[in-house]
Design a protein around this ligand. Structure first.
Ligand SMILES: Cc1cc2nc3c(=O)[nH]c(=O)nc-3n(C[C@H](O)[C@H](O)[C@H](O)COP(=O)(O)OP(=O)(O)OC[C@H]3O[C@@H](n4cnc5c(N)ncnc54)[C@H](O)[C@@H]3O)c2cc1C
Ligand code: FES
Length: 349
């Protein structure tokens, strides 16, 4: 049964049945609400239910704490209405930004490449036009389950094809399916686009920090930047544990070779690099070593949450304001029960 969900302060109403989250119902109607992980871990979608009752769903105890539950807060990516509901959301309108509405898509896997032992690069041809801002992600449905996992669009290729980068999480539902069962020619069910990790306008220098497959959304942004504003100075630090894991290194080096405003710094943390152009250290360490002060920069950070946290600390140390930092934490089921911070309003990405 569909209930009426009124979203304040935008003053719009959406129908939402008891199986659909309030976030999903809103995004599908083109009402953009803040969100990042869409699986109850980051706290970005937190909002107060001012009227009516909701099922709080699978909200992490750390992203939505007991006192917040008692105060009527919910995570809208988990909350499903049990009655008509009024929600008071913290909607930050960014001038000049319009988010494409979320929709369902069917895709056919055209190619699966293995550029590193623990990475697969998928090329998926999407039926219909899937608009997304560079940096946003789609959810892949894992066949035979009701599980959906987020994978960032890494690149838009001709003829409606999209590129995705997937890291193997041993024992993980989606990545094991992608690594061991998914084949070229298979059909995949997708939805999106989601997220607020996308390239902002500006003329100042940009710093891109990527760890592992955190490269995916960063690559999409970097390519958009080079296309739209090639004169804007940009630096990419791409980190992995070993040189073998620095997939796409050749592609990125060639980009930097032809774009004088792009500086590319590959970095490895667990072995002595064989080439002088590759730095030794974690992304945050290389950042500290290369930059004294980052005032005037915009920074975009993506990868596993500990890597993102370490980079944010380094950015603050180098005097970058929170308002100039955008982050995409690749939360997994492993983080769902862990101690993820729970601010009522967090600059999620
Ligand atoms: C916004 C966003 C964008 C993302 N983009 C990308 C991307 O572009 N590329 C990419 O590779 N990843 C990306 N991710 C991560 C991705 O969505 C998946 O979370 C990741 O691939 C793992 O999914 P899985 O189903 O394989 O593993 P899961 O089933 O989620 O399990 C993850 C790991 O945790 C272990 N585990 C499972 N349950 C528990 C538990 N309760 N306690 C402890 N350990 C547990 C599993 O054994 C496994 O090792 C993104 C995540 C987010 C939130
Ligand atoms: S978007 Fe809802 S908790 Fe992350």
């Amino acid at each position: 049964m569909a209930h009426r969900v009124r979203i304040e302060p935008v003053g719009r109403e959406v129908p939402c049945d008891e199986k659909t989250t309030i976030l999903e119902a809103s995004l599908r109607r083109g009402i953009w609400l803040p969100h990042a992980c869409t699986h109850g871990t980051c706290g970005t979608c937190k909002a107060r239910i001012v009227e009516g009752r909701v099922d709080l769903g699978d909200a992490s105890a750390f992203a939505l704490m007991d006192f917040e539950r008692e105060d009527g807060y919910a995570l809208l990516c988990q909350a499903r209405p049990l009655t008509d509901v009024v929600v008071e959301a913290d909607v930050e309108i960014e001038e000049g930004v319009s988010f494409p509405a979320v929709d369902d898509y069917t895709g056919v896997v055209e190619e699966i490449a293995s550029p590193a032992p623990n990475v697969r690069v998928l090329t998926v041809r999407i039926e219909g036009e899937c608009a997304a801002l560079p940096g946003q992600y789609l959810q892949f449905e894992v066949p035979g389950s009701d599980v959906r996992r987020a994978y960032s669009i890494a690149r838009r290729l001709p003829e409606g094809r999209l590129e995705f980068h997937v890291k193997r999480s041993p024992g993980g539902l989606a990545s094991e399916w992608i690594f061991t069962r998914l084949q070229a020619g298979d059909t995949v069910e997708l939805s999106g686009p989601y997220g607020r990790f996308f390239l902002r306008e500006g003329e100042g220098p940009v710093l891109f920090l990527a760890g592992g497959t955190g490269l995916a959304p960063i690559k999409a942004m970097l390519l958009a930047l080079l296309e739209q504003n090639p004169m804007r100075p940009a630096t990419l630090i791409f980190g992995a544990r070993t040189e073998a894991e620095l997939y796409d290194d050749r592609f990125l080096q060639e980009l930097a070779d032809v774009h004088p405003n792009l500086t590319y710094i590959p970095a490895v943390s667990d072995e002595q690099p064989h080439e002088a152009r590759i730095a030794l250290g974690r992304v945050d360490e290389v950042l500290r070593a290369r930059f004294e002060r980052l005032k005037g920069y915009q920074a975009y950070v993506a990868g596993p949450p500990p890597m993102v946290d370490a980079c944010i600390a380094a950015l603050y140390e180098r005097r970058l304001f929170a308002r100039d930092i955008y982050r995409e934490d690749f939360y997994t089921a492993a983080e769902h029960g862990e101690s993820v911070r729970s601010p009522l309003s967090r600059r999620g990405s």
